[in-house]
Design a protein around this ligand. Structure first.
Ligand code: ADP
Ligand code: ASP
Ligand code: MG
Length: 428
C-alpha cells in the first residue's frame, strides 16, 4: 500500500475536539493499510494572533525573529495531533520542518523550498509510525536559519512531501468541500468544481483564492502530483486539481461540463504605489524596478501612462502585497534623487477581482461581458491586466464583494441549489 500525504489547515485544528476528530481521520487511513504522512498548520487563527502580538511589541519586527515566532504555531499543532493519535493506540512521530528535511532558500517570510530530504520521515514510516510534520516552515541551506514559506504555506509543505515521498496523491483538508467557482463566504451560490486544471488553479491561487497556496499548485504541476482539496468536516469527494480535467482523475464529483470560466477570485491583500512625474528617458523604469527587486518585492500589475507632451513626465503605477508596502516605499524613496521623480502615492484601499478560465482563449466577448457586469453593479475599474486565461481589475476595496457577485451571476456560475457549506474558520 502506498503513502498517503494529507494536510490539515488551521480551521480543521481549531481546538482540542477538532484535533481529536482529525486524529481519528488519520488513524482510519492507517487502519486501511496505508502509511500516512500529515502536514499540519497552526491551530485556528494562531498565526494571525502571533503576528498581532509581534506588531504590539515592535512596529517592524526583524524577519528572522518573526519566523522563529510564527513557526511555533505549527509546532504546537504537530505535537498535539501526535498526542491525540497515540491516545487512539497508534504511534506518531512529529517533526519540525527542519527535522523533516524541508530545505529552503534564505528569504525570511517567503522562503522557497529548494529540496526535501525526508530521511527521518522514511525511517519513522519504516518503524510503523504515523508521521506528523509542522507545515509552513523549513531551514535555509545557506544560513541554517529557520524560515517560513509565506501565508498558507502548509499546502506547499504537503505537496513537497508528497513529491519527495512519491505519494500517489496529496489530500488538502480544509473548511469547505473543495474549490468553488468563487469564495463561498462571499458567494453562497458558488458551485464546487469536480476537477480543475493546474493551469486554472495557478491563476485562481495567484489571484487570491486562498483555498490553495500558489506554490503548492506549482509544485503539484511540476511533479505531477494530483491534489485533492476536500473538507475535513464531511466525507464528500472534493475537487481534483489535475493536468487535464477532461481526461484524468476520478469521475465522481463532476458538477460542470467543460466550463469556459473556472471561477472568480478576489484579493484584498494588495496595495498600489504610483511613482508620479518620472522623466521619460531610457533606463528610468529599469532603475525603479531594480530597486524593488533588490528589496525582494514581488510585483503584480504594472501600468505606465503615456507621458504628458508638455512636461515629458510620466506616472508609473504598480500593485504589490500590502505587507511589502513599507519596504517598497523606503526602497523607492532612496532613489528619488537619482531617478528624479516628483513624489510617491500609496493606496491600500484597493481590491482585485479576477475572472479565470481556459475557455477564454477560444471565446470572444468575455471581457465586454465582465466589464458590463461591473458597470451594471456600479463598480469603477482602476487598473486592468490580462493573461491568456485571466482578466483582472483593480477596484475600490469596498466594491469587491459586489463585483465578485455580479461577475459570478453574469457568467451563469450560480448553482440552482446552495451547496457551498462553510464548516468552520473565521475567514481571517
Ligand atoms: P485552511 O485553514 O484549511 O488552510 P484557508 O482559510 O487557508 O483554510 O482556505 C480555505 C478558505 O478559502 C475557505 O474557507 C474560503 O473562504 C476560501 N476560498 C477563497 N476562494 C475559494 C474558492 N474559490 N473555493 C473555495 N474556497 C475559497
Ligand atoms: N499557519 C500559516 C498561516 O496561517 C500557514 C498555513 O496555515 O498554511 O498562514
Ligand atoms: Mg490555507
Amino acid at each position: 500500500m502506498g503513502i498517503v500525504v494529507q494536510k490539515y489547515g488551521g480551521s480543521s485544528l481549531a481546538d482540542a475536539d477538532a484535533i481529536k476528530r482529525v486524529a481519528r481521520r488519520i488513524v482510519d487511513v492507517k487502519k486501511s493499510g496505508h502509511d500516512v504522512v500529515v502536514a499540519v498548520s497552526a491551530m485556528g487563527d494562531t498565526t494571525d494572533d502571533l503576528l498581532d502580538l509581534a506588531t504590539g511589541v515592535s512596529p517592524l519586527p526583524p524577519a528572522r525573529e518573526m519566523d522563529m515566532l510564527l513557526t511555533a504555531g505549527e509546532r504546537i499543532s504537530m505535537a498535539l495531533v501526535a498526542m491525540a493519535i497515540s491516545d487512539l493506540g497508534f504511534t506518531a512521530r512529529s517533526f519540525t520542518g527542519s527535522q523533516a528535511g524541508v530545505i529552503t532558500d534564505s528569504v525570511h517570510g517567503k522562503a522557497k523550498i529548494i529540496d526535501v530530504t525526508p530521511g527521518r520521515i522514511t525511517q519513522a514510516i519504516g518503524e510503523g509510525h504515523i508521521v506528523i510534520v509542522a507545515g509552513f516552515q523549513g531551514v535555509s541551506a545557506d544560513t541554517k536559519e529557520i524560515t517560513t514559506l509565506g501565508r498558507g504555506g502548509t499546502d506547499t509543505t504537503a505537496v513537497a512531501l508528497a513529491a519527495a515521498l512519491e505519494a500517489d496523491v496529496c489530500e488538502i483538508y480544509t473548511d469547505v468541500d473543495g474549490v468553488f467557482t468563487a469564495d463561498p463566504r462571499i458567494v453562497p451560490s458558488a458551485r464546487k468544481l469536480g476537477r480543475v486544471s493546474y493551469e486554472e488553479m495557478l491563476e485562481l491561487a495567484a489571484c487570491g483564492a486562498k483555498i490553495l497556496h500558489l506554490r503548492c499548485v506549482e509544485y503539484g504541476r511540476r511533479y505531477g502530483i494530483p491534489i485533492h482539496v476536500r473538507s475535513s468536516f464531511s466525507q464528500l469527494e472534493g475537487t481534483w486539481v489535475v493536468n487535464d480535467p477532461q481526461l484524468s482523475g476520478p469521475s465522481q464529483g463532476e458538477t460542470m461540463e467543460q466550463p469556459i470560466i473556472a471561477g472568480v477570485a478576489h484579493d484584498r491583500s494588495e496595495a498600489k504605489i504610483t511613482v508620479v512625474g518620472v522623466p521619460d528617458k531610457v533606463g528610468e523604469a529599469a532603475r525603479i524596478f531594480e530597486a524593488l527587486a533588490d528589496a525582494q518585492i514581488n510585483l503584480d500589475m504594472i501600468v505606465q501612462n503615456i507621458s504628458a507632451a508638455a512636461t515629458s513626465l510620466t506616472d508609473i503605477s504598480f500593485t504589490l502585497p500590502r505587507s511589502d508596502g513599507q519596504t517598497a516605499m523606503t526602497a523607492l524613496a532612496r532613489i528619488q534623487a537619482e531617478v528624479g521623480y516628483d513624489k510617491l502615492l500609496y493606496d491600500d484601499k484597493i481590491g482585485k477581482v479576477s475572472l479565470i478560465g481556459a475557455g477564454m482563449r477560444s471565446h470572444p466577448g468575455i471581457t465586454s461581458k465582465f466589464f458590463g457586469a461591473l458597470a451594471s453593479a456600479g463598480v469603477n475599474i482602476g487598473m486592468i491586466s490580462t493573461s491568456e486565461i485571466r482578466i483582472s481589475v483593480i477596484v475600490d476595496e469596498n466594491a469587491v464583494d459586489d463585483a465578485v457577485r455580479a461577475t459570478h451571476t453574469a457568467f451563469d456560475l450560480d448553482a440552482d441549489e446552495v451547496e457551498a457549506v462553510v464548516y468552520g474558520g473565521t475567514g481571517r
